[in-house]
Ligand binder design. Structure first.
Ligand SMILES: NS(=O)(=O)c1cccc(NC(=O)NCCCCO)c1
Ligand SMILES: [Zn+2]
Length: 258
């Protein structure tokens, strides 16, 4: 199975997932000076007021908070999107102590971590899985985390991490609204890309916010108490450095909101 180690990590994924060498892979290094300012790109809107989380889980690659996506109560719309995309889940990617851990980089510089808020096109596709394999199926909001003071609300999530220490564990996690994890500004870069983990489907319209949120080293350190392995496995592997490095931009351009 794929992972982030030496043998099963990003440089090996192409063997089982040949699309890893495709033309619209993610993440990428975003070079602000080369992004095209596009006046036709409007603002994005996050309609998360009715949003309610369901559970938090360790899937062996990251920690994921899932939402009820049975209706259009929580959607992202506007910006590069032709219709509303329904909120499905959010998860994180992070590094080791003091190392970089984001997936996208900005002019070659990484952040300590990156939050991905995953939405799917329920107007065009019947199920999330259908959307996840379609070129306009997903819209993922990428938010950088930089180290500084404690984040006022992140503790609500990090306090629950001890309950999902091992791969395959999950627990109720109700009432968490990801609106509390957004920065002040919704200015963004956008480009067409892929899932950053296998199966690496080229199905994502990426919307990467320019302004990072601030979390403390202590809070980020809580993520590293998670483990890649299941409870029953002998091999104990701390969950960290679960990020894919930047991929070739190929024939793509990155657009910038105003
Ligand atoms: N990291 S990401 O590009 O935001 C992203 C978004 C939505 C799905 C995925 N990847 C997957 O669902 N991979 C399938 C296996 C995951 C754990 O079992 C990655
Ligand atoms: Zn991700």
């Amino acid at each position: 199975h794929w992972g982030y180690g030496k043998e099963d990590g990003p440089s090996a994924w192409h063997r089982q997932y040949p699309v890893a060498k495709g033309n619209r892979q993610s993440p990428i290094d975003i070079i602000p000076n080369e992004a095209r300012r596009d006046s036709t790109l409007g603002p994005i809107f996050l309609k998360y007021d009715q949003c309610r989380s369901l559970n938090i889980a360790n899937n062996g690659h990251s920690v994921v908070v899932e939402f009820d996506d049975s209706d259009d109560r929580s959607v992202v719309l506007g910006g590069p999107l032709d219709n509303p995309y329904r909120l499905k889940q959010f998860h994180f990617h992070w590094g080791g102590k003091g190392c970089e851990g984001s997936e996208h980089t900005v002019a070659g510089v990484g952040y300590a971590s990156e939050l991905h808020v995953v939405h799917w096109n329920a107007v065009k596709y019947k199920t999330y899985n259908d959307a996840a394999a379609a070129p306009d199926g997903l819209a993922v909001l990428g938010i950088f985390l930089e180290l500084g003071d404690d984040h006022r609300w992140l503790h609500m999530m990090t306090d629950a991490l001890y309950m999902v220490k091992f791969k395959g564990s999950a627990t109720d996690f109700k009432g968490f609204n990801p609106k509390c994890l957004l920065p002040n500004s919704l200015h963004y870069w956008t480009y067409l890309g892929s899932l950053t983990t296998p199966p690496l489907h080229e199905s994502v319209t990426w919307i990467v916010l320019k302004e990072p949120i601030v979390v403390s080293e202590k809070q980020l350190g809580m993520f590293r108490m998670l483990q890649f392995n299941g409870e029953e496995e002998d091999q104990r592997m701390r969950m960290e450095n679960n990020f894919r490095p930047p991929q070739n931009l190929k024939e793509r351009i990155v657009r910038s909101s105003n």
